[in-house]
Design a protein around this ligand. Structure first.
Ligand code: SF4
Length: 363
């Protein structure tokens, strides 16, 4: 298959269909042959700038920015959580968190948790499993009534996740949710992250955001004392993606990627997955520089992302919002703790950086 002069001046990608002829593909493919191609090339089509960038490594991690951010937050000491469910038996707290994190996507965390405590929580964890088993779109709508973005309630989807989580507790955990943490470890055979994958709400994300967030919640609130809590991986959501892009710790290697992230409109899965991986690595690196467990840094930076570095509004210089009650976060200072090293604070162009829009339940 020959390329014309015009084609040679364009970024190209193979148009593929059918069965493979791997040797031929390897010799002709204009992009790096990264995985074994399962299809046969039948021609060339012009690659857009973004496709070309996505065929390589579209993101890098700026270690200097990670170090500067780490120095800005290394004094953080998390305070003890004071929650109304804290006096309940630990297995009830565990089950409450299991259902709460299963449906925590695309909605305000505090609002959802408060409403679930009011409408769903019971000291007898069996009652919560029963309520979840019977969850319907109507019961979720009632629980979340008044949410300021009604299009995000997605009651049928949340009801389905409550039901499938209850079903998985019966089917895989034999109605004993405490078996999830019986090993008191996050990793390894029989560890939480291995077992929780069987629950659909937790297992569908390749990066395990909800599973990691659940482990973090149990550790942070002292519901379970894990032997390896210092290794709980980051739970990367859209607040953290935005924060890491704006602070310049994760950098787009190509102008077309930078452009598309400035509009917040892209939803190519490959881009989103690579970006989330890069943010996860950058967060782990920042935590290592700050000598704190990744989940502690995850919590602090998530609070910065959702309370200061918002989608359309950045509060870089002002005080924390009045409705934020966590004294340990407020103690980080009267302005954004990341301000001095933040790329967006010093470079107006960077302020436009946004997380990609994606309506997935793990995002
Ligand atoms: S300084 Fe401003 S732009 Fe930078 S992380 Fe803080 S709030 Fe966001």
């Amino acid at each position: 298959m020959r390329r014309t002069t015009l084609e040679k001046s364009q970024p190209l990608r193979p148009l593929v269909i059918g069965s493979p002829n791997e040797r031929e593909c390897r010799s002709m493919c204009p992009i790096t042959f990264r995985t074994t191609c399962s299809r046969k090339c039948v021609g060339w089509v012009t690659m857009s700038g973004i496709e070309k960038a996505l065929a390589g490594d579209p993101f890098s991690i700026d270690l200097t920015q990670c170090l500067l951010a780490a120095q800005a937050v290394e004094s953080f000491t998390p305070g003890d959580a004071e929650n109304p469910w804290a006096s309940a038996p630990s297995d009830s707290q565990l089950v409450f968190k299991l259902f709460f994190v299963a449906i925590c996507h695309q909605i305000n965390w505090d609002f959802l948790q408060r409403r679930m405590y009011e409408f769903f929580f019971a000291k007898d964890f069996g009652k919560m499993i029963e309520r979840a088993r019977e969850a319907s779109a109507k019961s979720v709508e009632e629980m979340l009534e008044g949410y300021h973005r009604p299009e995000r309630i997605r009651s049928s989807e949340r009801a389905k996740y409550l039901r499938t989580t209850a079903g998985a507790i019966s089917e895989y955990l034999f109605d004993n949710p405490k078996s999830l943490v019986a090993s008191k470890t996050v990793f390894g055979e029989g560890g939480l992250l291995e077992l929780i994958r069987k629950i659909p709400a937790y297992g569908e994300d390749p990066l395990g955001k909800k599973a990691n967030a659940f482990a973090q919640e149990l550790a942070r609130e002292g519901i379970v004392k894990f032997a390896d809590s210092d290794r709980i991986p980051p739970a990367i959501d859209y607040h953290l993606i935005r924060l890491y892009l704006r602070t310049g710790r994760v950098v787009a290697n190509d102008k077309s990627i930078f452009r598309v992230l400035s509009t917040g409109s892209t939803h190519r899965m490959r881009l989103v997955n690579l970006l989330r991986q890069a943010v996860s690595e950058a967060l782990s690196q920042t935590a290592a520089y700050a000598r704190m467990p990744p989940h502690v840094l995850n919590y602090l930076e998530w609070q910065i992302g959702r309370n200061r570095c918002e989608h359309e509004f950045m509060n870089c210089d002002g005080p924390w919002p009045a409705e934020l009650f966590d004294g340990s976060i407020i103690a980080m200072g009267a302005h954004c703790p990341l301000r001095d090293s933040c790329t967006a604070y010093h470079t107006p162009e960077w302020k436009q950086m946004l997380e990609p829009a994606l309506k997935k339940a793990f995002y």
